[in-house]
Ligand binder design. Sequence first.
Ligand code: NAI
Length: 331
Amino acid sequence: MQTVTLIPGDGIGPEITTSVVEILKAAGADIEWDIQTAGADVAEKEGAPLPERVIESIKKNKVALKAPVTTPIGKGFRSVNVQLRKALDLYSNLRPCKNIEGIKTRFDNVDLVIVRENTEDLYAGIERQIDEDSAESIKIITRKASLRIAEFAFEYAVKNNRKLVTAVSKANICKLTDGLFLECAREIAKKYPNIEYKEILVDNLCMQLVQNPEKFDVLVLPNLYGDIVSDLCAGLIGGLGIAQGANIGLEAAVFEPVHGSAPDIKGQNKANPTALLLSAIEMLKYINQKDIAEKVEKALFKTIKEGKSLTNDLGGNASTNEYTQAIISNI
Ligand code: NAI
């Protein structure tokens, strides 16, 4: 039995968490959930949106499944997600992006992986008000973080039989920061002669992705570009409802979807739990419950291919509960 920290999050978080826990139970996953709440409600009760108990639980269990947590915009507490990644040094954010049979999109040949640096860049949160009319934010790029994320991307490519790693930057403008990121990527690329290495500017990448996504394989990006390009890539395969992710460090891994807490559809039994479920499937593989992972994956893909009970975001009219039950009956 493996104990896994479970963060149900807020917004649609608790709904999709219930769905995924039910599906994993039906598939026979050997997991004991250590439920840890975080977010705005917790901040009110406990004084902080990410209490130390959450960090301690993940440190102890080494693995967590996390639903989205709302971050106040422009004011209020710092993102729980960013804090968590920093506190546990979850330096790589891995976001595989592949077409799923049965989901209609403009392309049917997308199969790429985003490796996003997860601890620095503008997400370091070093901002200051200069005067009433101006503010500044500091973009931090270090050799240590850039080398290890590039190494992670190349290692991932080797282990997963990928052929090409493309480093993404805006080094024509941010010459020192993104320049350092590229310098580190080049240094690591030399150690992997069997993997092709290319570089691209982030604006050009966005254009190319919406025209020829099949040209890309593994993308390695600093934090901010990684965040934005992930959502673009989610759009290529059918939207945020199916975009999975994982935050991986040396001591722990937190599996979570790309999407946020979707307050616009909260509590309406409309949310698509697929992104969290795909993240949970990767988590099952990570904790060596590969048979269960395959069982869930098969049932999920069968349900989507049948197309009878899809959620709104995928063009269907099934509720979260109906979709969940359809997957369970396919297990
Ligand atoms: P969002 O990803 O929550 O929603 C964007 C759009 O996609 C909305 O129309 C929403 O309804 C739809 N959508 C997202 N997930 C869906 C799902 N599973 N099923 C069906 N439709 C789905 O992005 P938004 O609105 O910018 O952010 C909302 C909140 O989430 C913010 O407070 C933000 O900071 C937070 N957030 C949290 C993340 C995390 O916990 N890792 C990641 C991204 C955002």
